[in-house]
Design a protein around this ligand. Structure first.
Ligand SMILES: [Zn+2]
Length: 206
């Protein structure tokens, strides 16, 4: 049972590239959101895939998150740059060893995640379940975040599928991201006029 480190190459996209094909109103809305704080885009299909994996067992289950990182234009409360973090997929840790309250993941999940990455994607974080324990970061979770998910963009996602709670943490210090900064989708590449569709999450954290 051992964690290995993140891959060395971490492509971070520029905002100009990410927004290049967006209609003006959508780009403007995304820019103003990113002036305030980091935005995490968490699509329903990834949520469903995570839920399907973790709700098969009452022990802690987990895996890795894949996604795209775009540097934003604002400054966060802790002095970093804001980011647009788009989660694009997840890789469940099938061979993980879990107990009711403790989870370890081995090298197989890292290898599977690296193989699943597209060129513009990174291993953007990790997820795990807290069945009926509440969604929070334990001391072990904090240490895991610092040791293996220490990039500014590294997401730690905890879901309690029994109580319908979830919580989001970011970066080596595991700053908690409030639910209003989690969007179900941003409708990219939509040439129709009007406001971009930045949808709130279906669940309320905490
Ligand atoms: Zn935990």
């Amino acid at each position: 049972m051992q964690w290995t480190d993140l891959p060395g190459d971490n492509p971070v996209l520029s905002l100009a590239d990410t927004l290049r094909t967006e209609p003006f109103t959508a780009a403007h809305r995304i820019l103003s959101l990113l002036e305030e704080d980091t935005l995490i885009v968490f699509p329903d299909n990834v949520r469903a895939a995570i839920l399907e994996h973790i709700s098969t067992s009452w022990v802690e289950m987990g895996g890795l998150l894949l996604g795209r990182v775009t540097t934003g234009i604002g400054v966060t409360a802790d002095g970093g740059r804001t980011m647009l973090l788009e989660i694009t997929g997840c890789v469940p840790s099938i061979g993980a060893t879990g107990t009711r309250t403790y989870l370890t993941m081995d090298t197989a999940v890292w290898n599977a995640a690296r193989e699943a990455l597209h060129p513009d994607e990174v291993i953007i974080g990790w997820f795990h379940s807290h069945p009926n324990l509440g969604a929070f970061f334990s001391g072990t979770d904090l240490r895991t975040q610092r040791a293996f998910f220490a990039n500014d963009y590294s997401i730690g996602f905890v879901m309690d599928w029994v109580r319908h709670e979830e919580a989001w943490f970011l970066g080596p210090m595991a700053r908690q991201i409030p639910p209003e900064r989690i969007a179900r989708h941003i409708r990219f590449n939509d040439t129709a006029p009007g406001e971009p569709d930045v949808a709130p999450p279906p669940l309320t954290a905490q």
